[in-house]
Design a protein around this ligand. Sequence first.
Ligand code: SF4
Length: 390
Amino acid sequence: MNLAPKPVLPHKQTGGPGIYLHIPYCRQACSYCNFYFSTNLSSADALVGAICKEIRTSFEEWRGSKVETVYWGGGTPSLLHNKSMELIMCTLRENFSLCPVECTMECNPEDIEPNRLSFWKELGINRLSLGVQVLDDILLQSLNRRHTVAQTMRALDDIATAGFPFLTIDLIYGIPHMSETVLMKGLDLLGQYDIPHLSAYALTVEEKTLLWHQVHKKQVAMPNDELFRSHYQLVKLMAEKHGLAQYEISNYAKPGFEAIHNTRYWNGYPYLGFGPSAHSYLPPLRQWNIPNLHRYINMVQSEEIYWEQESLGLDTSYNEYIITRIRTTQGLDLDEISSRFGPYNAYFSGQLSVLVQKGLLARKGDRVCLTTEGEFLCDYISTELMWIDK
Ligand code: SF4
């Protein structure tokens, strides 16, 4: 990992909020997924109505603000009909000064068609995040993914033909029975299609998911740490070989192609979330919508309170800073810690010395970054640095 301090913000961002839209539908439940979604699309029109109403009626103080990033996430936003997407985008335009430098939509290979790509481009979407996950049909099935390798390749061909300015792919590593050869096939797509951005995640067993049950019933055995390490190293190596530098523990980009919206999260910029379970951050407030599709729709329409919020104290803000920034190559800024989180500075310095001695963190001028060994123990390091009423 290149630990030299590196500016994470590739574009100058204004103080306006980013916008996140949560579209909570999926065709089927992937075995490892613990996001909030429904496989029943019958409420889609009602949901779009509720999201539009939420856009029109909430966050009054931000109305008319300049918005530079919009992120369609989920769930699977590519399942929405064109008309529904148009309605949401029009409502956003009516309520914000929308001039998105980056407008991303998550999509799955099976939803990609040339005419839909043209429509999305016309709508202003300029960045697709394609859920490739793995280039092996048996492993895709084992994860209960719906798409096939052939659909992925066709989707990538169609996206290349449509000429989307920005494309990122998601890959998963550490899948039971996944070989390095299979992982390499996925990574080779970076060169084959000149893809400028990659998000690569280790498969994790989240509570109450199908994978969690499979592991607990011993139907599935997760790979050992050695395999995760070697997959992670292969991802880094191949990403770098294709000209993508790591800028966050799971994210790699060619220069200038770093994700602007996600970078906002890591740098503490405000963002507004619309849709069930969507989170918003309006410092010092964090707000989250009810994670229930039908209750969200009913409560928005009947003008009940459909969100909860908390005002973040200094301790929570400090902890969030640690959790998010430690994952970036930019690292923790010592000046920022002493100026913003003064009361925790002495505690932080003590913990930092121990972690530096253990070879897990390295000081780079006024910054602190993970070492190569630290990258494998990021959660442990965060916990050691966080203030948890000790
Ligand atoms: S498509 Fe994405 S959001 Fe939907 S179940 Fe699969 S991983 Fe989860």
